[in-house]
Design a protein around this ligand. Structure first.
Ligand code: SF4
Length: 209
């Protein structure tokens, strides 16, 4: 019988809580493993915890997190509908991007979480998450709103990180915020099609109509 997803995820979370594999552990108040539905066909991955995330142990609860909630709500998603995590589980000092060696040290945790949830789509919020999964050097401007093949039939979908959107508040047509609202609607169509039994290719096709 397959192991219960909750049991497996708890094991990963326990290992994260004890981890000292990279220097980021020295500055943490709490680890921030991730949270949400383990049955969601879509997971969201950001870069790393910020100050409020470090204090609470929960992902995306600061200003950028509140914007992510609004983005999700605009397409009828609740946070609990999806899983939300980060590339690294401990806060980088001063909210800098995690270094490649920190990402490498932490990568097995995120990959284990992906394996447990087994989503159809990994939404990469910002360039750090996108390059973690996709390698390569495509800018977010080019990548956003598009699906990319990853592994085992899983697709990557690139979106701007909410903290970037806080720095460019324009909502004019063509602005990053406007495009993000388009992207989440597209994602909603994919989510609904998957929930209605479509495979990922069919779901993406439907989202583009
Ligand atoms: Fe361990 Fe990841 Fe935290 Fe580094 S960031 S100490 S690898 S849990």
């Amino acid at each position: 019988m397959p192991m219960d997803k909750n049991v497996l995820m708890r094991e990963v979370e326990e290992r994260i809580a004890k981890c000292k594999a990279c220097p980021l552990h020295t500055g943490r108040t709490n680890v921030v493993p991730g949270e949400g539905s383990l049955d969601s066909p879509i997971i969201f991955v950001g870069e790393g915890p910020g100050e409020e995330e470090d204090l609470t142990g929960r992902p995306f609860v600061g200003k950028a997190g509140r914007l992510l909630d609004k983005i999700l709500e605009s397409a009828g998603f609740k946070r609990e509908d999806v899983y939300i995590a980060n590339v690294v589980k401990c806060r980088p000092p001063g909210n800098r991007a995690p270094k490649p060696e920190e990402q490498r040290a932490c990568s097995h945790f995120l990959l284990a979480q992906v394996a447990i949830i087994d989503p159809k789509v990994i939404v990469c919020l910002g360039g750090t998450a996108f390059s973690f999964f996709n390698g390569g050097n495509i800018s977010m401007k080019e990548a956003r709103g598009k699906f990319f093949d990853w592994k085992a039939g899983i697709k990557l979908f690139a979106m701007y990180h909410p903290s970037y959107l806080l720095r460019v508040p324009s909502k004019a047509p063509g602005s990053p915020k406007y495009q993000t609202w388009e992207d989440i609607r597209k994602l909603r169509k994919v989510y609904d099609a998957l929930k209605n039994g479509k495979n990922i290719e069919e779901a993406i096709e439907e989202s583009e109509i």
